[in-house]
Design a protein around this ligand. Structure first.
Ligand SMILES: [Zn+2]
Length: 484
């Protein structure tokens, strides 16, 4: 009887409709000249996750964009003369912010999926990042190789809703290489922080050329591309880089991998009171309690690369330590030679790893436990905390009137997401880049209804492949598609 009633209900639902080809939906035209002064459009009826406690969340609300900025967020805004963008079935969030990415390596994607960071004398280290990526490939880069990898990597992350990056370009072999890195970032039209790090060879002008770059390209701090100084404490002469960075008013970023022997220098700098709110420390694996305390006291930022640190043996991603210190981390993509640069992977990895650690403590009988990370927590790491760590939170990181319009619309009606029952949960636990419907940077629409705008992808890909061919040949590395 039960079976018969189910069959009847299914029949009443109209099984035929499941197989009816849907008419090709007409794509609305993209609002013209978006991002230009005076151009207004209204994103209507999205589920809005603002990431700003003062703004709040809305099951259904509108976002008015005026030129480069968000003019208003709230339900039932008056459209006036603005073009209306129908966002029903979509979630609006601030664009994701990646606080550590080596985009010059885009041409080397997937090469080191199985590799470690270094040959650390322990098992498994034969194929590693230092020997292959920095020791072989990075040395042969020409300026044009830097430029195409920077551009392609930027566009790929834009397509995935990552509207801001700190690009750590350790490829400044000459001032021409620096110009190429900057040209690639700028051509993408994305919000980027140009991280001026070291280069290789006798034509490298790092760190002194920071003065020219600052003056020539970053005279004002309100541009789409801003600048950070690189100050790796494992390199001889890092003190000079820190001094130039502070002289020029540039924030200073550095990789801190205590497990590779950097903890003594870090402790020394901590004891000398050298840290400030202008520092961003990446990884922070294997660092002493005194080092962490100095970071907290200085108000410095911490960027954690959850998947990379776990896969490449940097050490356990230090999320529990950060939580214990009351430090919110931002998220690091790091290297696409080993791991994807999309932010759904970042957020899921953070949540999975932290919960594995805490759940194991609970199973072991401990009761005084850190809070479990939630979907909203990792979304905060991925947006507003990234903006804070890049000194851009007055301009981006949340959907707040007065900030620049870095907005992502996510498709909550897609087959892998519907029905929508919890907004942060749907984003973090279900979504991937195919759900990134529309991407807006400083008011300018860069991706519209699933398609990246103003990009000749076949031509760019051909340039990237030609660059890749050169890099493998000149580095003397075989491109073996099925290497074991
Ligand atoms: Zn890195």
């Amino acid at each position: 009887m039960l079976h018969r009633s189910i069959a009847a209900a299914v029949a009443a639902g109209g099984t035929g409709a499941w197989f009816t080809p849907s008419a090709t939906a007409a794509v609305e035209p993209v609002p013209a000249a978006s991002g230009r002064p005076g151009r207004r459009y209204l994103i209507r009826n999205a589920a809005v996750l603002s990431m700003d406690a003062a703004v709040g969340d809305f099951p259904l609300a509108d976002i008015l964009v005026d030129g480069a900025k968000i003019a208003a967020v709230g339900p039932k805004l008056a459209a006036g003369d603005a073009t209306v963008v129908d966002a029903r079935g979509r979630i609006a969030i601030p664009g994701f912010i990646d606080t550590h990415h080596h985009q010059f390596e885009t041409a080397l994607r997937s090469f080191l999926a199985d590799g470690l960071l270094a040959n650390d004398g322990k098992p498994h280290g034969a194929v590693n990042y230092f020997d292959y990526i920095l020791g072989k490939f990075a040395r042969v880069y020409r300026p044009q190789d830097v430029q195409i990898s920077e551009l392609f990597g930027s566009l790929s992350q834009l397509d995935a809703g990552v509207t801001t990056v700190l690009d750590i370009s350790q490829i400044h072999h000459s001032p021409e290489h620096s110009e190429a890195a900057l040209a690639g970032l700028r051509a993408a039209g994305r919000r980027s922080v140009f991280g001026y790090f070291e280069g290789h060879g006798d034509k490298s002008r790092y760190p002194d050329d920071a003065r020219r770059l600052r003056k020539q390209h970053f005279a004002s701090d309100d541009q789409l591309v801003t600048m950070f100084m690189g100050g790796e404490i494992y390199l001889p002469g890092y003190e000079k880089a820190w001094q130039i960075g502070r002289e020029l008013g540039l924030p200073i970023a550095a990789h801190i991998v205590g497990t590779l022997g950097m903890s003594d220098t870090f402790d020394k700098l901590a004891a000398a009171g050298r840290f400030g709110p202008d520092n961003l420390f990446i990884h922070m694996t294997g660092i002493s309690d005194a080092g962490w305390k100095a970071v907290k006291d200085a108000g410095a930022g911490v960027s954690i690369a959850f998947p990379i640190e776990a896969v490449m043996r940097h050490g356990m991603p230090p999320i529990l330590k950060a939580q214990a210190m009351g430090i919110e981390p931002s998220l690091s993509v790091d290297v696409e030679c080993t791991m994807t640069a999309d932010f759904f992977t970042q957020m899921r990895s953070a949540m999975m790893l932290q919960r594995a650690l805490v759940n194991e403590m609970a199973i072991a009988g401990k009761t005084d436990l850190p809070a479990l990370l939630t979907a909203r927590d990792v979304l905060r790491f991925a947006t507003i905390q990234g903006a804070k760590d890049l000194k851009l939170d007055r301009r981006t990181g949340s959907l707040t009137a007065g900030k620049e319009a870095d907005i992502v619309l996510l498709d909550a009606q897609a087959i892998n997401v519907a029905p929508l029952n919890h907004v942060p949960g749907a984003i973090v636990s279900l979504m991937e880049r195919s759900n990134v419907d529309t991407v807006i940077v400083a008011g300018r629409i860069r991706k519209w209804r699933g398609r990246l705008l103003d990009v000749d992808l076949p031509r760019l890909r051909a340039n990237l492949e030609a660059s890749r061919d050169f890099l493998f040949k000149d580095a003397g590395v075989e491109r073996d598609l099925f290497r074991r």
